[in-house]
Design a protein around this ligand. Structure first.
Ligand SMILES: [Zn+2]
Length: 442
């Protein structure tokens, strides 16, 4: 990369701006891309120049145009990047992460040892790993550690911490004793340490629980419609909220401008959440033909998290593994089914947004899900679409990121090799830029 010291030019631009009413100086960054997949799903182009102004894509032009020739009057060229030998594409988006934790044998002890500031620091490290793995945006769907996730999100936004753009749900909305109730299996006298403002029973309490997350700063709402693998309770994998509670959650969230996503394994929970108007389903393990019909009728997304299935299956089959009996039994049920579930949904034309459940699997390994989506029947191009434009659309942010087109955030990554012929090259990211700032390969 060439770093250009043009403080003088920037100063001159500002001067002109002040005295001749010309637009204020914009900071220009130029990327020369050898192979460019600007919009996953469309054709690849070669030898392109990407012009970025103040962190957003200004335009993409054919050929390797000299950076100096691309800047307008008053603009300041601050950097240019030579990716002529790379495959360049939009930064990836993970729709399902838990940045304030990573499952490990000490997890249940850490729940009572770690303070909220400890969680925030831990999450900053995981956020860094996630960005370096080529993920420039993540949706955090349920966080331990009080307001740590919001502090992390805001710290990244302000440039105090290096990480992906974070959309956070805060606490998961769950029934008492349900998958999102973190007190399970702890003594009553310490259970209060794990209590969350997302636990609710009955429509009125559930409205309040949603409003409480919005008050705390939630960007979207996550609920647990069914039991889950890693909660320490043998309460099955079926529906946990009653229909009136589900409707109360959806109506409250939507009236406050928040999308809702539902963790759901059992078909009854998937279908009741879809009927109540949920925007997406996480996992979807036992989805049936009725689920597929509802997904398509409602336009809802599925986030299959196959990597989580693979990870819990590995643990369940490890005799020295640390899963508790209730967790192990559910892991053996769910894990092996997820690949076939994703295949069935994809073949039926359900919209699929990329998501990993990282925090169950290790943070930074997010791109492993791409190969699993290909194993489930997607083409590499479809897998990259699901990790970019589909995931952005699922978050209602398709006009803001997910493509390298004018007006969108300059979130750009690059790899050696061709992911369209070998998706595994996405495990080695050579270059990462978010909002026009390069964090790797610069
Ligand atoms: Zn999860």
């Amino acid at each position: 990369m060439k770093k250009l010291s043009l403080g003088l030019l920037a100063g001159a631009g500002l001067f002109i701006g002040l005295f001749t009413n010309v637009a204020m100086a914009e900071e220009i960054v130029v990327v020369h891309a050898g192979t460019l997949l600007a919009v996953p799903g469309q054709a690849v182009q070669t030898q392109q120049s990407i012009i970025i102004a103040d962190g957003k894509i200004r335009k993409v032009v054919a050929g390797y145009v000299e950076p100096q020739a691309l800047i307008g009057e008053g603009d300041a060229l601050i950097a240019s990047y030579d990716l002529k030998d790379k495959f360049v594409l939009p930064g990836m988006i993970d729709s399902h992460v838990h940045l304030t934790a990573e499952l490990n044998p000490r997890g249940r002890l850490e729940a009572v040892e770690m303070s909220d500031p400890d969680r925030a620091i831990l999450a900053a490290g995981y956020a860094y790993k996630t960005l370096m793995a080529g993920f420039t945006t993540v949706r955090d769907v349920g966080a331990r550690g009080g307001d740590a996730i919001f502090a992390l999100r805001d710290g990244i936004e302000k440039g105090l911490v290096v990480g992906p753009r974070v959309y956070a749900s805060g606490s998961t909305i769950s029934v008492t004793g349900g998958h999102g109730d973190g007190t399970q299996g702890y003594r009553d006298d310490i259970a209060h340490m794990m209590m969350s403002s997302g636990v609710c029973d009955g429509a009125a309490e559930c409205r309040k629980a949603v409003r409480e997350q919005v008050r705390r700063g939630a960007d979207h709402i996550k609920l647990t419609a069914t039991g889950g693998v890693l909660s320490n309770t043998a309460a099955g994998l079926g529906q946990q909220f009653f229909n009136d509670e589900l409707e109360a959650i959806m109506d409250t969230a939507h009236s406050m401008g928040r999308r809702v996503t539902a963790h759901a394994h059992g078909a009854d929970g998937i279908n009741s959440a879809l009927r109540a108007g949920v925007d997406s389903i996480e996992h979807g393990t036992y989805l049936d033909n009725e689920s597929i019909r509802l997904f398509k009728r409602k336009g809802a997304y599925l986030v299959p998290t196959i990597l989580a299935g693979v990870t819990v299956t590995e643990w369940a089959n490890d005799p020295k593994g640390f899963l508790l009996p209730a967790q192990r039994a559910k892991a053996k049920q769910v894990g092996p089914r997820m690949l076939e579930m994703a295949r069935k949904a994809h073949e039926a034309g359900v919209k699929i947004a990329f998501g990993t459940d990282s925090g169950v699997s290790a943070h930074g390994d997010n791109a492993r899900e791409l190969a699993l989506l290909v194993e489930a029947g997607m083409t590499p191009m479809e897998a990259l679409q699901s990790a970019t434009i589909m995931a952005a659309d699922n978050m209602g942010q398709g006009d803001h990121f997910g493509k390298i087109t004018p007006g969108l955030a300059a979130d750009i990554i690059a790899v050696d090799g061709d992911p369209l012929s070998d998706i595994s090259v996405m495990m080695e990211i050579a270059f990462v830029m978010k909002d026009g700032v390069a964090y790797k390969g610069n």
